[in-house]
Design a protein around this ligand. Structure first.
Ligand code: FPP
Length: 246
């Protein structure tokens, strides 16, 4: 993909799946129809990611703020999540995909929690590929939850205040066992992070595409990776330092 060498495949891609509502509106359909089509994009994109050798995909499926949407849309989204988990379980097992979640999932409907636990349990031993669903997720609540857990660990002596560091603190985030995203994609032309993986994306490359999520397919994913491949990730260093490998 680059002229200077073989294409790099990001290890972890995080996606803000946006534009379902507008996709539906453009067609005179109910918003839920956009979300339904969005679920099909989830399947297309996770399959494409597996074929491309991407090991981690994190999808922003339901934000902590999404509860404020009309009740009908919220229950529709929960129904789709339930449907998705039931439908994909066998595929996850066949493709050896582990499912993880980030977010306050204990606030989700009991039936959805049951399905989540069932899929998480059935796929927990797979190590090659991981799909992470961000559900009732928000970076700020994640930090508040991590700070509480960290403070409790200091209080009972598992952590020492004088040893505080990002490395130690980050073990209390929901993402403790997940590498940081290399690439963040947001669809639908919006140029915001919307409280998604704010700390974990500190060094992520970002690709914003006008394509609405229900229209986002394999070619769009490949284009985002191609864009990623043109970037130089410097982590605060100079180009010369990166080239000399120091
Ligand atoms: C944003 O579109 C999308 C969401 C709020 C939810 C994303 C959910 C799905 C794709 C379906 C469920 C997911 C899984 C994994 C089963 P929007 O409604 O904000 O679009 P708009 O900005 O055009 O209104």
């Amino acid at each position: 993909m680059t002229s200077s060498g073989p294409a790099k495949v990001p290890q972890h891609i995080a996606i803000i799946m946006d534009g379902n509502g507008r996709w539906a509106k453009q067609r005179g359909l109910p918003r839920l129809e956009g979300h339904r089509r969005g679920v099909e994009s989830v399947r297309t994109v996770t399959n494409a990611a597996r074929e491309l050798g991407i090991r981690y995909i994190t999808l922003y499926a339901f934000s902590a703020e999404n509860w404020n949407r009309p009740a009908e849309e919220v229950s529709g989204l929960m129904g789709l999540l339930d449907f998705f988990l039931k439908r994909e379980l066998n595929t996850f097992i066949k493709d050896r995909v582990r499912l993880l979640t980030i977010g306050r999932t204990s606030a989700l409907p009991a039936g959805v929690q049951r399905e989540l636990n069932r899929v998480i349990e059935a796929t927990k031993d797979f190590t090659d590929r991981t799909l992470v669903l961000a559900l009732n997720y928000g970076s700020r609540t994640e930090v508040a939850d991590a700070a509480q857990a960290y403070a409790a660990a200091v209080q009972d002596g598992r952590e020492k205040l004088e040893d505080s560091s990002w490395d130690r603190f980050s073990r209390y985030l929901y993402t403790a066992e997940i590498p940081e995203p290399d690439l963040l994609i947001r669809t639908s032309g919006e140029l915001r992070m919307s409280n998604f993986l704010l700390l974990q994306c500190a060094y992520a490359e970002m690709v914003f595409t006008p394509v609405l999520w229900p229209d986002f397919g394999k070619a769009d994913l490949a284009a985002a990776i191609e864009d990623y491949n043109k970037r130089e990730r410097r982590y605060g260093l100079t180009t010369e330092q990166i080239k000399s490998g120091s």
